[in-house]
Design a protein. Structure first.
Length: 777
């Protein structure tokens, strides 16, 4: 089969099912819209991915992909995009069989020949299983009278939100070559519940039955064979070890073993490997918080239940389709029968489910409070702290699932002390983090604590935490390896940090790190890497907000931010900000006044907010930073940070058409910069003052301000700022009728912007120059 193309394997199927029939519409494909889109969505949802992540992988804006999938207007998927959708789904294991891939191509109304034979034979397409699931022996009348053999308990609640997971696992366990499937996921994600459901579905498929073996109570891996023997009622044979006895008895048997909580005895993987090698009729379904890493293992990650996007307003009928909402409502009705999802409480329930990450155990524990707490009060308590609320587990659940804290502790205790320490530290990030940030944290701690060495690299540490399902890797980020942590786990990690006395120190480091990132991005967005920097800022926007909140809190307390490696941070800031004031001498241990940090952070992030159209958020952050008490006799660095924040806020006021305030702020900034004799700062504030004059049609005043700015930057080499001043000199010249000077200024400005690689600014110059040329006619 390895030398055959899948096209040959399914040739008859393909000839029957696929035809283009006018599918090529200009450059796009006319897909069978509803079914293709729905099928892609279902594959994404059941594998834990989102349409936004698919859009990122295809390098499309999420709205563009949505229009293409839904056939809005003339939007169509191209052949190349359909290829990339199929290959991405295969790479993510969102589709696992060739039949699924061919079915998607059928729905898209394109033939399998859209892929070459070589593409079918290479990853990721060659990883798709080529065998169909085996027929269910229960359909054989000869088996209908045989008593079913199993030890599975009947379930008292229905399985919610796992329809496609069930179908996928059915297919996997039905494939002859798949003999070991491991359900991997965070504690409380519902691995055991899903495994038992699948096992019940397969009772009767195996001649010698389906058997559930609980391993949670074991502490010694050597006890695993005996535990299986006890469940199967197998006696030890004289002269043979328990494993040999087990192999001897199962040699010609056909059965499915469900081994639950294998992470407790992970060192027993050789036992499992030998069992599978010696008993060809055996299949094993494992639940574990980490993969077994055995050859032939099919790892199936059990995601949390899908939750709605809180940025989109949905009616209760639409919300009821989300698994997390369904589970919360059903469990709430178990304690309060008249509880219902309504348009009035829908938004609150959606927020509860989102704040609990769609984690099934967390949702069940939260729902237990509905009898005494209405959803609004429950949300309020969960927003303050999740873990103290999630404590009312059912009495017939294992002790580790009575509270969410106990469930997390169960996983946490399996880590080494070094892994525990780094899990705690990673809880300092909000909304995810990059490999680069992890490396920077390790380097900072090593520099701060002389003689400190780490037994594992950042990548090794992240891999271990991933294996233990305590962090997740974010898909779709091609330029950066990114990771995240469920909010419930993050809260647990931060509790541990506080107990260890590391919390404040790490929050300080976090704020300094993201100041460095913001100031690097501020300069980067003026060059050819604008889109790269915008994407980085967008991915880390929650971290920037957290850094702002922390630095504001510290600034109001009048304290200094401690740094792990102060000198490195200040030197980098000097490099990217280009301001004289940032070059002032400091010792690495001096720290940084929080008032300075929050002003610099808000100022550096202002261009991003403007690009994204988040002017209100920008105004709020800059306003809060400027509201921190200020002493006119403060250090030069603080005065410089304030001068820049005033200048950036002037720019915002101008954009919001509040010109009087823009003038007031710019003039305050100019005065401060002149006290500090900083030419770049003065020129930038003059530019912002000129913007306000320009907006008020005071073109002569705008020209004078820009000329003054040009005189100041003659002492510097800031090409980008010079280009900005020339741009507005050109605009002012045009409005005052000096068209020859206008063309000269615009040309000089465009050439300088091209020199630094600011394509957006080049486009602005060309656009304005074209519009201004109409004034000459």
């Amino acid at each position: 089969m390895a030398t055959q193309s899948p096209l040959n394997v399914y040739s008859t199927f393909s000839r029957t099912c696929y035809s283009l029939e006018g599918a090529n519409v200009r450059s796009g494909i006319r897909t069978n819209i509803g079914t293709f889109s729905d099928s892609v969505q279902e594959h994404l949802r059941t594998s834990g991915y989102s349409q936004k992540q698919l859009a990122d992988a295809l390098s499309l804006h999420p709205k563009v992909l949505s229009r293409k999938l839904n056939g809005s207007g003339n939007a169509r998927l191209t052949y190349l995009e359909i290829q990339r959708v199929i290959m991405t789904l295969a790479n993510w294991h969102a589709i696992t069989t060739l039949e699924e891939a061919l079915h998607l191509l059928e729905l898209a109304e394109v033939e399998p020949t859209i892929f070459s034979d070589n593409e079918w034979r290479t990853p990721p397409l060659n990883t798709l299983a080529t065998k169909r699931a085996q027929p269910n022996p229960l359909s054989d009348p000869g088996l209908s009278t045989r008593p079913l053999q199993h030890n599975l308990r009947a379930q008292t609640t229905r399985l919610i939100g796992r329809e496609w997971a069930v179908e996928r696992l059915r297919q996997l366990l039905g494939c002859e070559e798949v003999r070991l499937v491991t359900l991997v996921g965070t504690g409380g994600s519902g691995k055991t519940r899903l495994a038992i459901y699948i096992a019940n579905e397969l009772v009767g498929t195996f001649a010698q039955g389906v058997w559930f073996v609980a391993l949670a109570g074991l502490s010694n891996p050597a006890q695993v064979p005996m535990s299986i023997m006890q469940i199967l009622n197998i006696q030890s044979m004289p002269g043979l070890s328990p494993l040999q006895s087990l192999i001897t008895c199962l040699k010609n048997r056909q059965l499915l073993l469900v081994l639950d909580n294998f992470e407790q005895v992970i060192e027993a993987t050789p036992v499992l490997d030998e069992l599978l090698a010696e008993v060809p009729g055996l299949k094993v379904l494992v639940t574990s918080r980490m993969g077994l890493h055995l050859y032939g293992e099919r790892e199936f990650r059990v995601p949390t239940l899908d939750v709605p996007d809180l940025h989109v307003t949905l009616e209760s009928t639409e919300l009821s389709h989300y698994g997390a909402i369904q589970l919360f409502v059903e469990r709430s009705q178990a304690v309060l029968p008249h509880f219902a999802l309504t348009n009035e409480n829908a938004a609150t329930i959606a927020q509860i489910c989102a704040r609990l990450d769609g984690l099934p155990l967390a949702l069940e524990l939260a729902a237990a409070w509905v009898r005494v707490l209405p959803p609004t009060l429950l949300l309020e308590r969960i927003s303050q702290a999740r873990l103290p609320v999630l404590t009312k587990g059912a009495r017939n659940l294992p002790g580790r699932q009575q509270t969410l804290r106990d469930t997390i502790t169960w996983s946490y205790d399996l880590l080494s002390s070094a892994e525990q320490t780094w899990f705690n530290r990673l809880g300092i990030f909000t909304g995810g983090w990059s490999l680069e940030a992890t490396e920077a944290m390790m380097q900072g701690i090593a520099a701060d604590q002389e003689g400190t060495t780490f037994s594992k690299s950042p990548l090794d540490m992240l891999e271990q935490l991933l294996n233990n399902s305590l962090i997740l890797q974010l898909p779709g980020a091609d330029r950066q390896a990114r990771f995240t942590m469920l909010e419930t786990l993050r809260e647990y990690a931060q509790e541990r940090l506080i107990a260890q006395g590391e919390y404040e120190r790490l929050r300080d480091w976090h704020a300094c790190y993201y100041l460095r990132e913001a100031e690097a991005a501020e300069i980067g967005m003026r060059g050819p890497q604008q889109l790269v920097w915008l994407a980085r800022l967008k991915m880390d926007r929650d971290n920037f907000r957290a850094a702002m909140e922390w630095s504001l809190q510290r600034a109001r307390d009048g304290v200094k931010i401690s740094t792990f490696s102060g000198q490195e941070m200040f030197e980098r800031s000097k490099e990217v900000a280009g301001s004289r004031i940032l070059s002032s001498e400091r010792e690495p241990g001096d720290g940084l006044l929080a008032a300075e940090l929050c002003l610099r952070l808000a100022s550096a992030f202002r261009p991003y907010w403007e690009w994204q159209g988040y002017l209100t958020e920008a105004r709020n952050w800059l306003g809060a930073a400027l509201a921190v008490p200020f002493d006119s006799g403060a250090e030069e660095t603080v005065r410089a940070a304030r001068a820049k924040a005033l200048s950036e806020t002037s720019r915002l006021a101008c954009l919001e058409n509040d010109q009087p305030r823009a003038v007031e702020l710019a003039e305050k900034s100019i005065a401060l910069w002149k006290q500090l004799d900083d030419p770049n700062g003065i020129a930038t504030a003059l530019l912002h003052r000129a913007w306000a004059a320009y907006a008020m049609s005071e073109y002569e005043a705008a020209k004078c301000l820009c000329w003054e700015g040009m005189q100041h930057i003659s002492r510097t080499d800031d090409t980008w700022l010079r280009a900005q001043l020339l741009f507005y000199l050109g605009a002012a010249a045009g409005f005052t009728g000096d068209y020859e000077q206008m063309r000269s200024f615009y040309t000089q400005s465009r050439e300088l912007f091209e020199q630094v690689g600011d394509k957006s600014a080049v486009a602005d110059v060309l656009k304005d120059q074209g519009a201004m040329s109409l004034l000459e006619s």
